[in-house]
Write a protein that binds this ligand. Structure first.
Ligand code: HOZ
Length: 423
């Protein structure tokens, strides 16, 4: 059905909300057309206000590893709701979640909960600077770590989709503390440390990039990063907001067997509710207030609804480690259906069909993609009931709710849509 009600809502939204949306990539500027306004989700499916049904491969941009309205998550939220929505005081549930996070991600010896991935990366950076007494951060082109001032430099996600260079409003002094390097390039990293080693507080990286499309690390890249940071006594921060509990139960750090100093997580730990966390080495995390002098706080941090949803999610994953095999197999089928003229990158249940025949290993190669063809493909898929991320520079996410029939239908739709997009 035509998105008439969505269009009317979008027109109305634009009068009161910048661009009509509360997060830029939702406005579909990368593909054009009318963003669908959603009425409800169920399992792997989304339903829009015009009565259309879609197989959803955004999953709220990653959190919904178990699909929409998973009964265990809903029960946990309802149980918590009956006891109150927020206390601004500690609860036992927070300890349980922190302990469970430590079990899944042992490098997170201590954990502080916050409300969003942006808060987590912002706080981790402050801790890295306070701990090392240095100011400079290295980030990588096309990696996105939320809208933290100093990290909005050559960023991915919506910034890449909109083709923005950097963001106005970030004081030059802030962006001057950031060195941006090409991803997957050990030599560039060596050189930066050679030139500024004693001033670099931290290297922050998406160990598997998801915000310029899915880009895995080259063999040995993360190992080299670990070696170089250690040599120069800079901290290594893995931003696992997207990859945590997604590419493996212990995140990318367990998949590639690298131990970062600090880690940020979000998305999946909330099962669809707003929660994130940062954590890492105990000797570093004890610098955080009130045990140490580095200040960070939040009224809704450790919110009981979000913590309960997170606990239900992690307990489910603990009891069902087989879900990762299921996710891998389903996503591999999607990866396999692309024509040879495209490049497909996949790590676990994160994947991107890049409309380029070049290997995509960094931001420059991601940008060789033909975004016009991607836009055609996106709309052809949408017409066939498949809801993909509306940008070439985002990864798609598969959930355990995707059935074999969903995957088969998606493969068929993709084959037809590739034909349309490429001709
Ligand atoms: N930054 C998110 C994707 N990488 C998008 C968040 C959203 O629009 O919900």
């Amino acid at each position: 059905m035509k998105p008439e009600i969505s269009q009317a809502l979008f027109d109305r939204a634009q009068l009161s909300i910048p661009g009509g949306v509360n997060s830029p990539v939702r406005a579909w500027r990368g593909v054009g057309g009318t963003p669908r306004f959603i009425q409800k989700g169920e399992g792997s499916h989304l339903f829009d206000v015009d009565g259309n049904e879609y197989i959803d491969y955004i999953g709220s941009w990653g959190p919904l590893l178990l699909g929409h309205r998973h009964p265990e998550i809903l029960d946990a939220i309802q149980g918590a709701l009956a006891r109150g929505t927020s206390f601004g005081a500690p609860t036992e549930l927070e300890i349980e979640l922190a302990e469970l996070i430590r079990e899944f991600v042992p490098s997170m010896e201590m954990v502080r909960m916050v409300n969003s991935g942006t808060e987590a990366t912002m706080s981790a950076l402050r801790v890295a600077r306070g701990f090392t007494n240095r100011d400079i951060t290295i980030k990588f082109e096309g990696c996105y770590h939320g809208h933290v001032d100093s990290l909005l430099v050559k960023a991915g996600s919506g910034v890449a989709t909109l083709g923005l260079p950097d963001s106005p409003g970030v004081p030059k002094g802030f962006s001057d503390t950031t060195i941006t390097l090409p991803y997957n390039n050990v030599e560039a990293l060596e050189q930066a440390f050679h030139a500024h080693g004693d001033k670099i507080a931290a290297v922050i990286v998406e160990p598997v990039c998801g915000n310029m499309g899915c880009i895995p690390p080259n063999a040995g890249y993360l190992e080299a990063m670990r070696r170089i940071t250690e040599r120069h006594e800079a901290l290594l921060i893995f931003d696992e907001v997207m990859t945590g509990f997604r590419v493996a139960p212990g995140g990318a750090q367990s998949l590639y067997n690298i131990k970062p100093d600090l880690t940020t997580i979000g998305k999946v730990i909330g099962g669809g509710l707003p929660i994130a966390a940062y954590g890492g080495r105990k000797d570093i995390m004890t610098f955080v207030a009130p045990s140490g002098p580095i200040y960070q706080a939040g009224t809704l941090s450790g919110n009981p609804l979000a913590v309960s949803a997170g606990l239900a999610m992690l307990r489910h994953l603990q009891a069902h480690s087989e879900v990762y095999e299921q996710l891998n197999q389903a996503t591999a089928q999607l990866a396999a259906c692309a024509p040879e003229s495209l490049t497909v990158n996949r790590v676990g249940s994160m994947m991107t069909w890049f409309f380029t025949d070049q290997a995509v290993t960094d931001y420059d190669s991601a940008k060789t993609s033909n975004t016009t063809q991607f836009g055609k493909f996106f709309h052809a898929m949408l017409e066939r009931g498949i809801y993909l991320p509306p940008s070439q520079y985002e990864a798609l996410f598969v959930s355990t709710a995707h059935t074999e029939a969903d995957i088969a239908r998606t493969v068929e739709a993709a084959r037809e849509s590739f034909e349309i997009a490429l001709n």
